[in-house]
Each structure stands twice: as structure tokens, then as C-alpha cells.
Design a protein around this ligand. Structure first.
Ligand code: HMG
Length: 434
């Protein structure tokens, strides 16, 4: 029987056009998007100036892909937009290890968004609290009347709850509205609904509305991705593999007890997550805010992943749970040709599938970073891939870039000073040859 060729073999050593050709030939890209990518067609200025204010141009970032993601039995090639070297390599590497061990299992625990109406200056706050719950149905109907199209699409306002807060001499009543936003991220839907129920709530509570706004603490849009890695993929030497697995477990424990480490641990996770969120044209600040708030949901800011080593079965188990209120429609998603290409590469997933993919990328990035950190250290892999940008930043051009990058990876220190020195030497040698 003929075995299927691994199209990713040597992929990162190919040219850009060869990579696009491979994606096209293997149905990851249709003709239109592969043509757009080949010609680097990005956001046109006439559209850019309609998206945000005082526009004077666009700013480009590298778009790459991380292959090898097997999530809930489906294979994905994940588009990532990032300026930092080694993130895409790290995700590809970890995804390959995880996929060889059965892949990621990801599930959406819920997909609802929350908004709040904050009221103050209420004479009897306990009574106001009760009234809100008694008028629940009327409030929900009023919210849905403020945005009927989401109700037509099967979503809409679903629940209300309230909480009383006391400051030194002010008391607040916060009314939380839970909304099923379907495929959208939901900011406009929720904000319209909240503004729609504001005067009704002022009447019911006798208070003054301080503000109405959606919350980025999307704890009703949680996604969990988990994996079980056969530790033979960590190292060919089983004793070394056991040691790495134990250290990765310790690293995840330490990130839950020390805030200095937790922040860096989570930054690594968001290296992967933000890169995909940007590629699919979503609001990455919202995803970051929700993720970091969730990391502090116990009252202490903690690392978001959990790695445990099952020594009996020689498996390293990883898990990441995160709010992921991602959208597959709306905003600027349909306006940006590169975002449309990214969706095409992902085979146009719905919002729930996209959320599962993104959280799995976060888990993969964390595994690669931890493995590097507890073994050879981050500088080796990271700086090897940083060498080309360093070469460019000291002014290397044409063939000088590859030569200097190679020399830097062989050097004791990969830094600006060394890069400048080595470039001078290379130029001297090249001049002699001429
Ligand atoms: P390696 O073992 O030297 O790589 O690791 P390799 O050459 O043996 O290749 C293994 C696989 O890696 C490849 O498989 C690719 O999948 C991928 P193949 O395709 O050959 O079958 N790969 C690449 N993919 C695309 N382009 C490349 C490339 N090279 C390898 N050029 C690697 C090298 C960088 C993967 C590894 O050292 C690593 O994962 N390092 C971690 C890098 C990292 O986490 N970077 C993020 C920036 S650092 C940071 O900000 C976060 C941090 O602070 C977070 C924290 O503290 O937790 C670290």
C-alpha cells in the first residue's frame, strides 16, 4: 500500500511561494486566497480608513502557519500573526509531539457573554436587589427587544443576576445580564441590550445608572483543551524523558505559587493565543483581559496551565482552561483579505471550533516553552531563530543575512554587539573575494 506523503516534512526550509503552493495543492487555500497571499494582498487603505480613525496607512506583521494540530480528531493548520521569532516553530514542534500522542481534546464548557448595569444612590439596596430578581422576565424581554436580530438567530438575553458592593460610603448594585451571542463576540449586542434596560433598572431600583458595559471577564465562555503525551516524544532516552516530564510538572506547580513566574508563564501561553486571535481578525485585548482575569479568579494570580506526570503510564498530561469569547463573524473579519485567508486555512470553523483551536495553541506553546526552559534553556532555540532578525537589524542585506545568521548561531553570544562585529568581518571577506 502507498503511504501518504507528509507534506510538512521540511516545510520550514521551503520558500514562501513553495509553502503557499503546498497549502493550495493540499486544499488548505483556494485559488483566490493563494493568489492574494502570493501577491501579498493585505488590507486596502480605503477599507482601513473606514475601520479606525485618523488613518494614515496600515502596519504589516508576519503571517505564518503552524501545522500538525490534531484537535478532537480533526487535523488543523493554524495561521499565526506574530513579530516574535520561535513562537510558530515552538507551536509546530509541540503540536507535532501532542498529535503523535493522540492529539488535543478540547471542549467548550459554555459560550455566553456577560454585561453589567452598575447602579448607585439607591435608598433601599436590599429591596432593589429583590426587585431586580422579581422583574427578571420583564428585564430579559426588554433586553431582547433592544436587539431582536440575535433572538431571530436563536440567541439573546437568557439570565439576570445581581450583586451588592459596598465602598467606604457608597453602595452599588451591579446587575449582570447573560446573553447567548451565537457566532459573534457580542460587544455591540450586549452594549445595546444594556442601554435598552438601563432606564427600566433605574425605575425598578430607584437608583442612578453609573454605567452600562459588557464584561471582558468571560467566565461563561470557558474552553478547556487537554492532552496526554507519550513521554518518548520528549526524549529518545527514557530516563531523560522522565526527568523532563517531572520538571515540566514542577514548572507548572511553581507558576501557580509565584506571581513573577506566573506572569511569564502566561505570557508564553498568550504568545500562541494572541497570534491566532490576530490572524482571525478578533479583538486580542479582550481575550488577554479575560485570560488574565481568569488567572486571578481564585484571588491570586496563577499560571493558567496544569501539567502532571503519570509516572505509571509514562504520560505527561496537560490542561488549559480559559475564557475564549472568539467570533467567526462581525467586526473587521470579513473586510481584511489576510483574515479571510486565515479562515480559509482553518477550513472556516464556527466560533466554538475556533475557540477550541486557539486554546489548544496556547497549551502547545506552553509545552514547548516549558520543555525548552527545563532542558537546554530558552536562549538556544529562541536565539537561533532570532538570528535572522538580528542580522537584518544590524543592516545585513542579501546573502549577508543567511551568512551572518549562521555565524551568530555558532557564536558564544547572540547579541547586537557581536552581530555588528561579525557583519564587518563578513563584509571584509566578501570584498576580498570580489
Ligand atoms: P529543536 O528541537 O531545535 O527543533 O527546537 P528541531 O530543529 O529538531 O525541529 C523540531 C520541530 O520544531 C520541527 O519539526 C518543526 O515542527 C519545529 P520538523 O518540521 O523538522 O519535522 N521547527 C520549526 N518550525 C518552523 N520554522 C523553524 C523551525 N525549527 C523547528 N525554523 C524550537 C527548536 C524553537 C522548536 C524549540 O527550541 C522550542 O520550542 N523553544 C521554545 C521557544 C519559545 O517558547 N519561544 C517563545 C518566545 S520565548 C517567550 O517569550 C516565552 C517564555 O518566556 C514563556 C515562559 O517562560 O513560559 C519562554
Amino acid at each position: 500500500m502507498k503511504t501518504k506523503k507528509n507534506i510538512w516534512l521540511g516545510f520550514h526550509n521551503k520558500s514562501r511561494s513553495e509553502r503557499i503552493k503546498i497549502l493550495k495543492e493540499n486544499s488548505f487555500l483556494n485559488d483566490e486566497f493563494s493568489e492574494n497571499l502570493l501577491n501579498n494582498v493585505t488590507l486596502p487603505c480605503d477599507i482601513a480608513e473606514k475601520i479606525s480613525e485618523n488613518n494614515i496607512g496600515t502596519l504589516a506583521l508576519p503571517l505564518g502557519i503552524a501545522p500538525n494540530f490534531l484537535i478532537n480528531g480533526e487535523k488543523y493548520t493554524v495561521p499565526m500573526v506574530i513579530e516574535e521569532p520561535s513562537v510558530i516553530a515552538a507551536c509546530s514542534y509541540a503540536a507535532k509531539m501532542i498529535s503523535s500522542s493522540g492529539g488535543f481534546y478540547a471542549e467548550i464548557l459554555n459560550r455566553k457573554m456577560t454585561g453589567q448595569v452598575i447602579l448607585y444612590n439607591i435608598e433601599n439596596i436590599e429591596k432593589a436587589f429583590e426587585n431586580v430578581l422579581n422583574y427578571k422576565e420583564i428585564i430579559l424581554n426588554t433586553a431582547n427587544e433592544a436587539y431582536p436580530s440575535i433572538v431571530k438567530r436563536g440567541g439573546g438575553a437568557e439570565d439576570i443576576r445581581a450583586e451588592i458592593f459596598y465602598d467606604d460610603n457608597t453602595s452599588f448594585l451591579s446587575v449582570y445580564l447573560t446573553v447567548d451571542v451565537k457566532e459573534a463576540m457580542g460587544a455591540n449586542i450586549i452594549n445595546s441590550m444594556l442601554e435598552g434596560i438601563k432606564s427600566l433598572l433605574e425605575k425598578i431600583t430607584g437608583g442612578i445608572c453609573l454605567m452600562t458595559i459588557l464584561s471582558n471577564y468571560a467566565d461563561k465562555s470557558l474552553v478547556t483543551s487537554s492532552c496526554e503525551i507519550d513521554i518518548k516524544f520528549l526524549s529518545n532516552d527514557i530516563n531523560v524523558a522522565v526527568n523532563i516530564a517531572k520538571k515540566i510538572e514542577l514548572a507548572s506547580k511553581f507558576a501557580k505559587i509565584d506571581i513573577y513566574r506566573a506572569a511569564t508563564h502566561n505570557k508564553g501561553i498568550f504568545n500562541g493565543i494572541d497570534a491566532v486571535v490576530i490572524a482571525v481578525g478578533n479583538d486580542w485585548r479582550a481575550i488577554e483581559a479575560g485570560g488574565h482575569a481568569y488567572a486571578a479568579s481564585s484571588g491570586k494570580y496563577k499560571g493558567l496551565t496544569t501539567w502532571t506526570f503519570d509516572e505509571k503510564n509514562l504520560k505527561l498530561k496537560g490542561m488549559l482552561t480559559l475564557p475564549m469569547p472568539i467570533a467567526s463573524v462581525g467586526g473587521s473579519i470579513g473586510l481584511n483579505p489576510s483574515v479571510k485567508a486565515a479562515f480559509n486555512i482553518l477550513k472556516n470553523p464556527d466560533a466554538k471550533t475556533l475557540a477550541c483551536i486557539i486554546v489548544s495553541v496556547g497549551l502547545a506553546q506552553n509545552l514547548a516553552a516549558l520543555k525548552a526552559l527545563v532542558t537546554k534553556g530558552i536562549q538556544k532555540g529562541h536565539m537561533k531563530l532570532q538570528a535572522k532578525s538580528l542580522a537584518l537589524s544590524v543592516g545585513a542585506i542579501g546573502s549577508e543575512v543567511e551568512i551572518l545568521a549562521q555565524k551568530l548561531t555558532e557564536a558564544k553570544h547572540i547579541n547586537l554587539e557581536n552581530a555588528k562585529k561579525l557583519l564587518k568581518e563578513i563584509r571584509k571577506k566578501l570584498r576580498k573575494i570580489e
